[in-house]
Write a protein that binds this ligand. Structure first.
Ligand code: UT7
Length: 330
């Protein structure tokens, strides 16, 4: 049995943070951000709302498109690095607000690769025959962990949510075909947030030292991301006999347009084979891929049977790619 995507949706907050806005608060400029990252603006969630607010709305969008009610869901997996709270899970808040009355669920932290980890995990429950409807959410309120005095991070990240519904493939053919994922903790020192966990519980000192903000060595992450995403995608396409020109769409994690462009070039893909929406939303961590998938489908870029490759790289380091054939008709 294959798991296939039968609903996809997304949600972004209304409030925009443009490059011009950032010019006023940190030493940067529109020209640098545009040429070095491809980003023009990001969305920012209200301070009094948490990640689940976006996850719920993205999930409703996906369920509406699938024509499935919340009470039919068996399992909710939320990929996020910005849970509403450490306890309980963000999945609990999503379940409650959705009214998904007969499911279980949990959160998963796979950094920027979180959505792929959650998708691969959710697929197992369908493939085993154990569950019929699995909701996979990727959502992050990055503005909650960004230091808006740190130009290395504040120009890149934004807030958003995306979701897919997984069901047994209606034709037994389309759906998730293959994936390969990796975790290498040697990368932890290049992308991290040290404060707030059990090692450094929040204190006045951790706050004074800005340990509740995300830090990254951008150059190292940048280089590793290109290698990791292109290697994994190339291997999966090759072993499944999908030549580059047969790929309908690469939907990559949206971290930096130059990373996406380099990966596409290494895979010999043409620009029209690559989904890019980073200019509008920046890097929304676990949400970038389902958000881009939702927009790609709405724009008519994917039809049933089309080979689609997803790929991501992020904190851990975690990285990987997933190959599927598209299921949803327009
Ligand atoms: O989602 C997974 C996690 N994150 C990523 O995948 C992000 C990967 N990394 C990146 O996207 C890039 O490394 C950044 C966008 C973070 C930085 O771009 P870069 O091209 O790697 O810049 P850099 O750090 O090598 O800095 C180049 C120059 C430096 O100036 P000097 O030393 O050459 O004079 C920086 O000080 O650009 C300067 N700079 C900036 N200037 C204006 C760095 N950030 C900025 C900025 N505005 N925001």
């Amino acid at each position: 049995m294959r798991a296939s995507i039968t609903g996809v949706g997304h949600f972004v907050p209304e409030k925009r943070l443009t490059n011009q806005d950032l010019e006023k608060i940190v030493n940067t400029n529109d020209e640098w951000i545009t040429t070095r990252t491809g980003i023009k603006e990001r969305r920012i969630l209200d301070a009094d709302k948490g990640t689940s607010y976006m996850g719920v709305r993205a999930a409703r969008h996906a369920l509406d498109r699938a024509g499935v009610g919340p009470e039919e869901i068996d399992l909710i997996i939320v990929a996020t690095v910005t849970p509403d709270m450490l306890v309980p899970s963000t999945a609990a808040f999503v379940q409650e607000e959705l009214g998904a009355s007969r499911c279980w669920g949990f959160d998963l932290n796979g950094g920027c690769t979180g959505f792929l980890c959650a998708l691969a995990t959710g697929a197992q429950f369908i493939e085993s025959g154990r569950h019929q409807k699995v909701l996979v959410v990727g959502a992050d309120k990055m503005s909650a962990i960004i230091d808006y005095e740190d130009r290395n991070t504040c120009v890149i990240f934004g807030d958003g949510g995306g979701a897919v519904l997984l069901e047994p493939s209606p034709d037994g053919e389309t759906g998730i075909l293959d994936y390969e994922l990796r975790l290498d903790g040697a990368g932890a020192k290049y992308l991290y947030m040290t404060g707030g966990g059990s090692l450094h519980p929040p204190t006045h000192e951790t706050v004074d030292q800005k340990m509740h903000y995300i830090h990254q060595d951008g150059r190292t992450v940048f280089k590793q991301a290109i290698g990791g995403m292109s290697d994994m995608s190339g291997r999966i396409l090759e072993r499944n006999g999908v030549p580059g020109d047969a790929v309908k769409l690469l939907i990559p994690h949206q971290a930096n347009f130059r990373i996406i462009d380099s990966v596409a070039k290494k895979l010999n893909l043409k620009p029209e084979q690559v989904m890019v929406n980073i200019q509008k939303y920046g890097n929304t961590t676990a949400a970038t891929i389902p958000m881009a998938m939702s927009e790609a489908w709405a724009e008519g870029l994917m039809d049933p049977g089309d080979p689609i490759i997803l790929s991501a790289f992020g904190a851990g380091f975690t990285w990987g790619s997933l190959l599927l054939t598209w299921t949803m008709a327009r």
